[in-house]
Design a protein around this ligand. Structure first.
Ligand SMILES: [Zn+2]
Length: 258
């Protein structure tokens, strides 16, 4: 399974920055896990092949690229962009984004072929296919209704927590998944901002270390993502201080094969 975390920003020389403002993972070049930076930094191949977007929750850093992606492709789509989301997420997208005030209500528009966006509902704790992949969604502990997921291609699986504070269910699923090759987990704030992490439902290196005890496996690499750029250096130092083997940061813009 191929995985890439799309860049959010670029440095003065135009190189990919490791500062992650937005969240968008591309799986096997054709399925997006969230759409934060989709449209802003995806490749031509992604523009032509990504037609399925799984939404973990509706915070702006996870959906900012969604309306722009649909807009960008509006006239060339030969099939709708399929947005996989819960009924609560779709309600928020239709009420707060695709409402004509913020952006066009694409669900009411068609190009010369037909619809340009199609909502595909899923329930938390359900299993469903997206292209050649199988997604199993799990409710996590974040502000909006939010899910993480186990994603499998039939041979290997990866676990993605999405944004979450300390949670339970998803760790049981990850621990029991025999084909699990990697876990991608958030760690937004440094330890000294634990109170901010608590009120905003995010993790710190310390609370992440407790989550990994719930996970309980040391044979699976853990990749940290969604570090708030402002605190990146402190979070990286504190992650390093944990001395946890198999703990890495997910390099933005790099291709991973699992
Ligand atoms: Zn969030």
């Amino acid at each position: 399974m191929k995985l890439q975390l799309l860049p959010s920003s670029f440095d003065n020389g135009g190189a990919v920055s490791q500062r992650q403002h937005l969240s968008c993972l591309i799986i096997d070049d054709c399925v997006a896990f969230d759409a934060g930076s989709l449209a802003f930094s995806c490749s031509e191949r992604h523009r032509s092949d990504v037609r399925d977007i799984f939404i973990s929750h509706t915070h702006l850093d996870h959906i900012a690229g969604l309306p722009i992606f649909v807009d960008d492709l509006f006239s060339v789509l030969s099939e709708p962009i399929r947005v996989h989301a819960t009924v609560e997420m779709i309600r928020v997208l239709e009420r707060d984004i695709f409402n004509w005030s913020i952006y066009p209500k694409f669900s009411e528009l068609e190009n010369s072929v037909g619809r340009v966006i199609e909502y595909k509902l899923f329930e938390p704790e359900s299993t469903f296919p997206i292209r050649h992949l199988t997604f199993q969604a799990f409710q996590v502990n974040h502000h909006e209704p939010s899910v993480g997921a186990l994603v499998t291609d039939g041979e290997v699986s990866i676990g993605v927590t999405g944004d979450t504070a300390p949670t339970e269910l998803i760790w049981d699923a990850f621990r029991n998944c025999e084909s699990l090759q990697a876990v991608l987990v958030e760690c937004a704030f440094p330890n000294e901002l634990a109170s901010l992490a608590e009120v905003s439902h995010h993790l710190t290196p310390l609370s992440l270390s407790l989550e990994l005890e719930k996970f309980g496996r040391r044979d699976v690499p853990i990749y940290v993502m969604n570090i708030k750029p402002m605190y990146m250096d402190d979070v990286l130092d504190q992650l390093n201080d944990l001395r946890i083997p198999n703990l890495f940061t997910l390099k933005i813009g790099s291709d991973y094969e699992f």
